[in-house]
Design a protein around this ligand. Sequence first.
Ligand SMILES: Cc1cc2nc3c(=O)[nH]c(=O)nc-3n(C[C@H](O)[C@H](O)[C@H](O)COP(=O)(O)OP(=O)(O)OC[C@H]3O[C@@H](n4cnc5c(N)ncnc54)[C@H](O)[C@@H]3O)c2cc1C
Length: 457
Amino acid sequence: MYDVIVIGGGPGGYAGAIRASQLGAKAVLVECAEMGGTCVLRGCIPSKIWLRAANLLDQSRKAGDFGLNLTVNAVDFSAILARKQGVSNDIRMGMEALLQNNGVDVIRGKAVFKSGTKIEVDGKPVEGKNIIIATGSMLDFPDTPGLREAAFTTDQLLDMTSVPASILITDATYLGVEMAYLLCVLGSKVTLAVPESRILPSEDQDTSQRIAQSLRDRGVEIIARHTLESVSKAGAGFSGKLTAGGKERIVEVEKVLVSGRKPNTDGLGLEAAGVKCNADGSIQVNERVRTSVPTVYAAGDVTGGAMLSHAASAMAICAAENCMGKNSKFPAHLVSRAMWTSPEMGSVGLSEEEAEKKGYEVETGGFPYSINGYAMLRGEVDGAVKVVSNAKTGEILGVHIVGANASELVGEAVLAMQLECTVSELAKGFRVHPAFCETVVDAARDAAGWALYLPKR
Ligand SMILES: Cc1cc2nc3c(=O)[nH]c(=O)nc-3n(C[C@H](O)[C@H](O)[C@H](O)COP(=O)(O)OP(=O)(O)OC[C@H]3O[C@@H](n4cnc5c(N)ncnc54)[C@H](O)[C@@H]3O)c2cc1C
């Protein structure tokens, strides 16, 4: 009998199994495919390898500003693919070694629930006092007529040997936006047509506008409030029929990106354990990431929500601690988001609009990259930091960064919010100079009412 059974070897399951073992559990991890999950094999790591190549290419186009006369002769797709494979393999092997090092048993095969404490893996029973489900997510293929033939999935994109000459992307979230940036930099003609009134609808309006402008500057056409109704063959490519309020618009493309995700509970036999799901198929969990069955926990993409790797790991750590008798809560408000576009995006917490809707008296502070010395000397002046705070208490409710290194800078904001520091406390800090991170303190000073380097309000 195991103390903890973990189903899934992605970033969630991996972290959960190691944490359980650290706390003295006899733990086992069951994985039906390769270790690493979506993150290492088909998600974060491969996509960021492609985005790194795109960023370098994008930056090389500005080399002349620094006195460098560079010419990029060609993009070697097979070299990028080899690098992607190499890095993914290294990470996967590191994960396998660390599981072994922590004494976690690994069983290869597909887990199926038999009860709240028992699963079967390829017909063989495995019992545990607690079970953590970390089975992740899978591609959500919409049933749009004609789409199958035109589809270019994120899996295909990450293995591409050339870019489509033109592509229609209908995903307004960070996945669709990152892919729009990547493909346009590599030479595709990209149309980003989204049903919402703007791209990145769950981010702060300023973030959405800045990223949209940066995409337009690179030639991406953005069409808001349009839904893809159907796709049909048109010459060598396809014609996508978009509709908005009864009006039609046709976009001719070579491919249509399919990037949506849905929780993966396929064939898991949740009914046998009595685990309840939400209407969208995600597993219901409470703040301790416990499901409707006291011995069963769930973490990561399978619970829906943000569907991000670091959230998956943090949830699974919380699950493992609770399995081992602790009373841990998952701090959902600290899940940061990022995009490796150019400029990058990094954010955490509430947008200004969300904070207002929740009834807060909102104070915001901002600081543009255009007057940060480091951004100026680096020629990366596109961007800004925005701090959203509670005007009455100074509590930091959210921080929204668009600009170089935003995916790293947002860590400052996460720490500040984790330690419940106020804008005044963040404003009192100081940072290395010259550096992008100075902008976070400057934005906090603005929110606290004493911005030093901005004109008086
Ligand atoms: C293109 C792309 C780019 C992304 N980029 C980012 C990014 O930059 N940053 C970020 O934070 N997130 C990113 N994500 C999301 C991220 O990959 C996921 O949030 C993360 O992998 C979720 O981790 P998980 O452990 O919940 O599930 P997964 O990583 O999906 O792992 C689940 C594992 O469970 C296994 N499994 C499933 N069912 C069973 C079963 N019955 N028995 C045994 N094993 C089973 C699967 O084989 C899989 O290995 C991206 C996703 C995609 C598709």
